[in-house]
Ligand binder design. Sequence first.
Ligand SMILES: [Zn+2]
Length: 284
Amino acid sequence: MSRSSLLRCASGSLLLAASSFFASTHAADAVQEVRLYALDCGRIQVKDMGMFSDTGEYNGKSGVLSDPCFVIRHPKGVLVWDTGLGDKLAETKGGIDIPVGHMQVDVTLLDQLKAIGLTPADVSYLSFSHTHFDHTGNANEFPGATWILSKAEIAWAESKPGAFVNIDTFGDYKTAKTQMIDGDYDVFGDGSVMILKTPGHTPGHQSLELKLKKSGVVILSGDLFHQRDNYRFRRVPPFNVERADTLASIDRVNTILKNTKGRLVVQHDANDFKSLPKFPKYLD
Ligand SMILES: [Zn+2]
């Protein structure tokens, strides 16, 4: 190899190294508009869906809940909303049995982040709709993010409210940087990504409202609704902490959807999940 081609090679690989360094450190702020990515963070087969309506419509019927995580990329940073069942479960091919049925993770959250050029260190903010285990599974993967947490939800979770809350799955909230909130919260300060206070399922339950340039208003339900029919028919699960609060939250979200001609995504509804652009495609 001649001296000049050697130099070309060396400068080429330097350039390559510099560009991949740039890509890995600045991937998080590379977008111009807000994007919503829906990631597959597992699914739960439920033997008796009766637990999702206290008026009996689902009694004895089986069903499947999708369990997505969401990545919201904003020019000013990255928000992860809900973290699924936990990547650890992917190590058990075919999933595991649980008292209500069976749960399974086919692909890890971290691998999906990698597919869009992100590492946990690129995630600026982490927030949950609520602290049930199927939303907190991968929380501790993000110790460097600012955790936006409902005061009421954390106080409730710390009171050991039962088997659906496993505080260890999000134990890093004790050491991470936190932003404690007790109402609506504007994540990036421009109104495009709003956490909405929607209590009832749990005391500090929240939903997420996005204002996307092409797609308009999109609301991620959290567990305000578990199935599309819970939205259609105002069905309330018997294990919600407060029925009246749930109905008030449903009224609020329904009115916002009507006023904004918004789109609702019922996170646990498998058809709603399927209707979103297939990852790594996104809604913008
Ligand atoms: Zn859930």
